[in-house]
Design a protein around this ligand. Structure first.
Ligand code: GLP
Length: 232
């Protein structure tokens, strides 16, 4: 794993932007994208740049089950707001939270198979989750329906009017789907992520820490600020 330490999210956004530029220069056609607060500064850099995604494809990691794309807390809505409205791709896939699980997970795995991801961007959950792969998720799983843990529901409640409104289920690319990407960029900021960062990089490879699977990927870049790196 290549670790890049940055001062803050602004600098992290600039470093993340460079990774995207390099991938584009190398001919990347498909980008795996993530939601959450962490990637926003990368998306800001991308939208303020001259990069052109109009012939490219994006595939998002996950979506809340039961939220339609026009719900302000859906991940489709988030992506439209932070990236797609300003920097459109030729095709942007996000799981359909309104579809039934069997149909949607099969459809999504086919999309990933047909569009191999070159660069996968990831945030990191406080409990070490990536996408919505919670601790205990078998590494072999592809896109699947997930029951969110209490810690994730609480962490994400800040975006909703109340915790009661946070969906309890989601569709997420699995660890196996994520590991197919040629290159992975994972970003974490803040002291609340320090344990997860240390476990991801220095801990044993274990399904209790989904992000530790990345130790088995040949091409991973980690961007962390000082607080997130404080337990390394
Ligand atoms: C959610 C998302 C993850 C994201 C994580 C961390 O659970 N499904 O993809 O990485 O939150 O979010 P944040 O970047 O806001 O800390």
């Amino acid at each position: 794993m290549k670790i890049i330490k940055v001062k803050d999210q602004i600098e992290g956004g600039r470093e993340g932007f460079k990774v995207f530029k390099d991938a584009l220069a190398d001919g990347a056609n498909v980008f795996g994208l993530a939601t959450g607060s962490t990637p926003i500064s990368v998306y800001d850099e991308l939208t303020n740049s001259d990069v052109d995604f109009s012939e490219k494809t994006s595939i998002n990691l996950d979506e809340y089950k039961g939220l339609s794309g026009d719900h302000p807390q859906s991940y489709r809505y988030f992506m439209n707001e932070h990236l797609f409205n300003k920097k459109p791709f030729k095709m942007s896939y996000v799981p359909d939270g309104m579809a039934d699980a069997a149909t949607e997970t099969a459809r999504y795995e086919k999309i990933i198979a047909d569009n191999p991801v070159y660069l996968q961007l990831l945030g990191l959950g406080q409990n070490g989750h990536i996408g919505f792969n919670e601790p205990g998720t078998p590494f072999e799983m592809g896109t699947h329906e997930v029951a969110l843990t209490e810690s994730t529901i609480q962490a994400n409640a800040r975006f909703f009017a109340s915790e009661a409104e946070v969906p309890h289920f989601a569709y997420s690319m699995g660890i196996a789907s994520i590991m197919k990407a040629k290159e992975i960029l994972i970003i974490a900021y803040g002291a609340a992520k320090a344990d997860a960062v240390a476990a991801m990089i220095e801990g044993p490879v274990t399904e209790s820490v989904p992000a530790s699977a990345l130790q088995q990927h040949a091409n991973v870049i980690v961007i962390v600020d000082e607080a997130a790196a404080s337990k390394l």
